[in-house]
Write a protein that binds this ligand. Structure first.
Ligand SMILES: C[S@@+](CC[C@H](N)C(=O)[O-])C[C@H]1O[C@@H](n2cnc3c(N)ncnc32)[C@H](O)[C@@H]1O
Length: 239
Protein backbone atom coordinates (compact mmCIF):
# COMPACT_ATOMS: atom_id res chain seq x y z
CA UNK A 1 0.00 0.00 0.00
CA UNK A 2 1.15 3.55 -0.72
CA UNK A 3 1.65 6.11 1.98
CA UNK A 4 0.81 9.81 1.86
CA UNK A 5 3.78 11.79 0.51
CA UNK A 6 5.84 13.91 2.91
CA UNK A 7 8.68 15.21 0.73
CA UNK A 8 8.83 16.22 -2.92
CA UNK A 9 10.85 13.04 -3.54
CA UNK A 10 8.14 10.77 -2.09
CA UNK A 11 5.52 12.92 -3.86
CA UNK A 12 7.18 12.02 -7.16
CA UNK A 13 7.17 8.38 -6.12
CA UNK A 14 3.48 8.38 -5.22
CA UNK A 15 2.62 10.11 -8.49
CA UNK A 16 4.56 7.53 -10.48
CA UNK A 17 2.79 4.65 -8.67
CA UNK A 18 -0.58 6.32 -9.34
CA UNK A 19 0.27 6.70 -13.02
CA UNK A 20 1.37 3.05 -13.22
CA UNK A 21 -1.87 1.91 -11.55
CA UNK A 22 -4.01 3.80 -14.08
CA UNK A 23 -1.90 2.73 -17.05
CA UNK A 24 -2.67 -0.87 -16.04
CA UNK A 25 -6.36 -0.15 -15.32
CA UNK A 26 -7.04 1.76 -18.57
CA UNK A 27 -4.95 -0.77 -20.53
CA UNK A 28 -7.81 -3.22 -19.91
CA UNK A 29 -10.34 -0.76 -21.37
CA UNK A 30 -11.69 -0.21 -24.86
CA UNK A 31 -14.42 2.19 -26.11
CA UNK A 32 -17.18 -0.30 -25.23
CA UNK A 33 -16.09 -0.71 -21.60
CA UNK A 34 -15.50 3.05 -21.37
CA UNK A 35 -19.06 3.72 -22.61
CA UNK A 36 -20.43 1.28 -20.02
CA UNK A 37 -18.49 3.04 -17.24
CA UNK A 38 -19.74 6.43 -18.49
CA UNK A 39 -23.32 5.23 -18.25
CA UNK A 40 -22.76 3.54 -14.87
CA UNK A 41 -21.32 6.66 -13.30
CA UNK A 42 -23.89 9.05 -14.80
CA UNK A 43 -25.99 9.18 -11.58
CA UNK A 44 -22.99 10.95 -10.01
CA UNK A 45 -21.94 13.04 -13.01
CA UNK A 46 -25.34 14.18 -14.26
CA UNK A 47 -26.61 16.15 -11.24
CA UNK A 48 -23.43 18.24 -11.26
CA UNK A 49 -23.30 18.75 -15.02
CA UNK A 50 -26.95 19.84 -15.02
CA UNK A 51 -26.09 22.54 -12.46
CA UNK A 52 -23.90 24.35 -15.04
CA UNK A 53 -25.45 23.39 -18.41
CA UNK A 54 -25.82 24.34 -21.25
CA UNK A 55 -22.31 24.04 -22.74
CA UNK A 56 -22.93 25.37 -26.26
CA UNK A 57 -20.13 27.72 -27.39
CA UNK A 58 -17.92 26.84 -24.39
CA UNK A 59 -14.34 25.55 -24.27
CA UNK A 60 -14.25 22.92 -21.56
CA UNK A 61 -11.38 21.10 -19.88
CA UNK A 62 -11.74 17.80 -17.99
CA UNK A 63 -8.86 17.35 -15.54
CA UNK A 64 -7.91 13.72 -14.90
CA UNK A 65 -10.24 12.70 -17.71
CA UNK A 66 -9.23 9.03 -17.76
CA UNK A 67 -11.06 7.34 -20.62
CA UNK A 68 -13.43 10.32 -20.76
CA UNK A 69 -16.21 9.16 -18.45
CA UNK A 70 -17.14 12.71 -17.50
CA UNK A 71 -16.02 14.56 -20.64
CA UNK A 72 -18.07 12.43 -23.06
CA UNK A 73 -21.04 12.39 -20.70
CA UNK A 74 -21.00 16.21 -20.74
CA UNK A 75 -20.75 16.15 -24.55
CA UNK A 76 -23.73 13.77 -24.73
CA UNK A 77 -25.86 16.00 -22.52
CA UNK A 78 -24.95 19.34 -24.10
CA UNK A 79 -22.30 19.53 -26.87
CA UNK A 80 -19.70 22.24 -26.16
CA UNK A 81 -17.62 24.15 -28.71
CA UNK A 82 -14.54 22.17 -27.63
CA UNK A 83 -13.63 19.59 -24.99
CA UNK A 84 -10.06 19.00 -23.84
CA UNK A 85 -9.39 15.96 -21.65
CA UNK A 86 -6.11 16.01 -19.71
CA UNK A 87 -4.58 12.91 -18.14
CA UNK A 88 -1.11 11.52 -17.52
CA UNK A 89 -2.12 8.01 -18.64
CA UNK A 90 -1.30 7.49 -22.30
CA UNK A 91 -3.51 4.38 -22.37
CA UNK A 92 -6.49 6.42 -21.17
CA UNK A 93 -5.89 8.86 -24.00
CA UNK A 94 -5.82 6.04 -26.56
CA UNK A 95 -9.28 4.90 -25.41
CA UNK A 96 -10.67 8.45 -25.40
CA UNK A 97 -9.28 9.03 -28.89
CA UNK A 98 -11.14 5.92 -30.13
CA UNK A 99 -14.35 7.10 -28.43
CA UNK A 100 -13.96 10.57 -29.97
CA UNK A 101 -13.61 9.19 -33.49
CA UNK A 102 -16.94 7.31 -33.40
CA UNK A 103 -20.52 8.59 -33.37
CA UNK A 104 -22.05 10.52 -31.72
CA UNK A 105 -18.75 12.29 -30.94
CA UNK A 106 -17.06 12.18 -34.37
CA UNK A 107 -18.59 15.52 -35.38
CA UNK A 108 -17.63 17.20 -32.12
CA UNK A 109 -14.29 18.69 -31.10
CA UNK A 110 -12.48 16.54 -28.50
CA UNK A 111 -8.75 16.67 -27.83
CA UNK A 112 -6.92 14.37 -25.43
CA UNK A 113 -3.84 15.98 -23.90
CA UNK A 114 -1.12 14.09 -22.04
CA UNK A 115 -0.12 16.10 -18.99
CA UNK A 116 0.24 16.44 -15.25
CA UNK A 117 -2.57 18.21 -13.41
CA UNK A 118 -0.02 19.92 -11.17
CA UNK A 119 1.65 21.46 -14.26
CA UNK A 120 -0.90 21.73 -17.01
CA UNK A 121 0.31 22.00 -20.61
CA UNK A 122 -2.48 24.50 -21.35
CA UNK A 123 -2.50 28.26 -21.87
CA UNK A 124 -3.57 30.81 -19.25
CA UNK A 125 -7.30 31.67 -19.30
CA UNK A 126 -8.20 29.12 -22.01
CA UNK A 127 -11.20 27.47 -20.30
CA UNK A 128 -14.80 28.62 -19.91
CA UNK A 129 -15.66 25.51 -17.90
CA UNK A 130 -13.46 23.07 -15.97
CA UNK A 131 -14.58 19.60 -14.92
CA UNK A 132 -12.90 17.02 -12.71
CA UNK A 133 -14.23 13.78 -11.28
CA UNK A 134 -12.42 11.53 -8.78
CA UNK A 135 -8.97 12.84 -9.71
CA UNK A 136 -8.16 15.67 -7.27
CA UNK A 137 -7.48 13.26 -4.38
CA UNK A 138 -4.69 11.68 -6.38
CA UNK A 139 -2.63 14.87 -6.45
CA UNK A 140 0.19 14.90 -3.88
CA UNK A 141 0.41 18.71 -4.24
CA UNK A 142 -3.21 19.83 -4.17
CA UNK A 143 -2.30 23.48 -3.84
CA UNK A 144 -0.39 23.29 -7.16
CA UNK A 145 -3.34 21.49 -8.79
CA UNK A 146 -5.80 24.14 -7.57
CA UNK A 147 -3.55 26.99 -8.74
CA UNK A 148 -3.21 25.40 -12.17
CA UNK A 149 -6.98 25.13 -12.37
CA UNK A 150 -7.26 28.84 -11.56
CA UNK A 151 -4.54 29.73 -14.08
CA UNK A 152 -6.25 28.07 -17.08
CA UNK A 153 -9.71 29.39 -16.12
CA UNK A 154 -11.07 32.55 -17.72
CA UNK A 155 -12.29 35.11 -15.18
CA UNK A 156 -15.81 34.03 -14.20
CA UNK A 157 -15.22 30.47 -15.50
CA UNK A 158 -17.28 27.77 -13.83
CA UNK A 159 -15.72 24.67 -12.38
CA UNK A 160 -17.33 21.44 -11.31
CA UNK A 161 -15.22 19.12 -9.20
CA UNK A 162 -16.26 15.99 -7.36
CA UNK A 163 -14.33 13.50 -5.27
CA UNK A 164 -14.27 11.56 -2.01
CA UNK A 165 -13.88 13.60 1.16
CA UNK A 166 -13.00 12.55 4.67
CA UNK A 167 -14.94 13.44 7.80
CA UNK A 168 -12.56 11.48 10.04
CA UNK A 169 -8.83 11.49 10.66
CA UNK A 170 -6.31 9.95 8.35
CA UNK A 171 -5.23 6.40 9.36
CA UNK A 172 -1.91 4.68 8.77
CA UNK A 173 -1.75 2.47 5.68
CA UNK A 174 -4.60 4.03 3.70
CA UNK A 175 -4.23 3.40 -0.05
CA UNK A 176 -3.24 6.45 -2.14
CA UNK A 177 -4.12 5.40 -5.69
CA UNK A 178 -7.68 4.46 -4.64
CA UNK A 179 -8.44 8.13 -3.84
CA UNK A 180 -8.41 7.42 -0.06
CA UNK A 181 -5.15 8.60 1.55
CA UNK A 182 -5.24 11.82 -0.47
CA UNK A 183 -8.81 12.69 0.54
CA UNK A 184 -9.10 16.01 2.38
CA UNK A 185 -11.87 17.48 4.53
CA UNK A 186 -14.36 19.94 3.04
CA UNK A 187 -12.79 22.71 5.15
CA UNK A 188 -9.30 21.91 3.82
CA UNK A 189 -10.68 21.85 0.27
CA UNK A 190 -12.45 25.22 0.72
CA UNK A 191 -9.22 26.77 2.02
CA UNK A 192 -7.25 25.43 -0.96
CA UNK A 193 -9.85 26.81 -3.38
CA UNK A 194 -10.00 30.24 -1.74
CA UNK A 195 -6.20 30.56 -1.67
CA UNK A 196 -6.18 30.00 -5.45
CA UNK A 197 -8.89 32.66 -6.03
CA UNK A 198 -11.66 30.12 -6.57
CA UNK A 199 -15.03 30.61 -4.90
CA UNK A 200 -17.33 27.71 -4.02
CA UNK A 201 -20.92 28.59 -4.92
CA UNK A 202 -22.74 25.26 -4.49
CA UNK A 203 -22.09 21.94 -2.85
CA UNK A 204 -23.91 18.65 -3.32
CA UNK A 205 -23.64 15.46 -1.27
CA UNK A 206 -23.41 12.45 -3.60
CA UNK A 207 -22.40 9.88 -0.95
CA UNK A 208 -25.63 7.88 -1.32
CA UNK A 209 -25.31 7.67 -5.12
CA UNK A 210 -21.67 6.53 -4.98
CA UNK A 211 -22.40 3.99 -2.21
CA UNK A 212 -25.21 2.49 -4.32
CA UNK A 213 -22.98 2.29 -7.40
CA UNK A 214 -20.19 0.58 -5.43
CA UNK A 215 -22.64 -1.86 -3.79
CA UNK A 216 -24.20 -2.75 -7.13
CA UNK A 217 -20.69 -3.22 -8.60
CA UNK A 218 -21.24 -0.43 -11.11
CA UNK A 219 -18.26 1.46 -9.70
CA UNK A 220 -15.28 -0.71 -8.77
CA UNK A 221 -14.26 1.26 -5.68
CA UNK A 222 -14.71 -0.90 -2.55
CA UNK A 223 -12.23 1.34 -0.67
CA UNK A 224 -14.81 4.16 -0.74
CA UNK A 225 -17.11 2.15 1.56
CA UNK A 226 -14.32 0.42 3.53
CA UNK A 227 -12.85 3.78 4.56
CA UNK A 228 -16.27 5.39 5.14
CA UNK A 229 -15.66 8.37 2.90
CA UNK A 230 -18.18 10.98 1.75
CA UNK A 231 -18.53 11.98 -1.89
CA UNK A 232 -19.11 15.66 -2.60
CA UNK A 233 -19.51 17.74 -5.69
CA UNK A 234 -18.70 21.44 -5.86
CA UNK A 235 -19.65 24.15 -8.29
CA UNK A 236 -17.03 26.90 -8.16
CA UNK A 237 -16.26 30.16 -9.92
CA UNK A 238 -12.92 31.75 -10.76
CA UNK A 239 -12.95 35.19 -9.12
C1 LIG B 1 -10.27 7.64 -10.67
S1 LIG B 1 -9.73 8.08 -12.28
C2 LIG B 1 -11.05 9.14 -12.80
C3 LIG B 1 -11.17 9.26 -14.29
C4 LIG B 1 -12.35 10.08 -14.80
N1 LIG B 1 -12.35 11.41 -14.25
C5 LIG B 1 -13.64 9.37 -14.50
O1 LIG B 1 -14.34 9.79 -13.59
O2 LIG B 1 -13.95 8.39 -15.20
C6 LIG B 1 -8.44 9.26 -11.94
C7 LIG B 1 -7.69 9.74 -13.17
O3 LIG B 1 -6.79 10.79 -12.81
C8 LIG B 1 -5.57 10.63 -13.50
N2 LIG B 1 -4.51 11.34 -12.73
C9 LIG B 1 -4.17 11.14 -11.44
N3 LIG B 1 -3.18 11.97 -11.08
C10 LIG B 1 -2.89 12.72 -12.18
C11 LIG B 1 -1.95 13.75 -12.44
N4 LIG B 1 -1.10 14.18 -11.50
N5 LIG B 1 -1.92 14.29 -13.67
C12 LIG B 1 -2.77 13.84 -14.65
N6 LIG B 1 -3.70 12.86 -14.45
C13 LIG B 1 -3.75 12.31 -13.23
C14 LIG B 1 -5.39 9.12 -13.58
O4 LIG B 1 -4.51 8.75 -14.62
C15 LIG B 1 -6.83 8.65 -13.82
O5 LIG B 1 -7.12 8.54 -15.18
Amino acid sequence: MDTPPRSSCSQKDVKEKTRAKYETQWGRYDERIAAERRLNISPVADPLLRMIMPFAGKTMVDLGAGTGGLAFRAMELSPPKRMIGVDFSSRALLVSKATASAQPFADMDFEGVLGDLERLPLADRCADIILSQASFNLLPDKSAGMKEMARIAKPGAKMVLSDAFRARRKCEGEPWAACVAGAVTVVEFSTLALSAGIIITQQIDLTRQVTQLVKSKKWDWPEFIEHRLDYRGFVMVKA
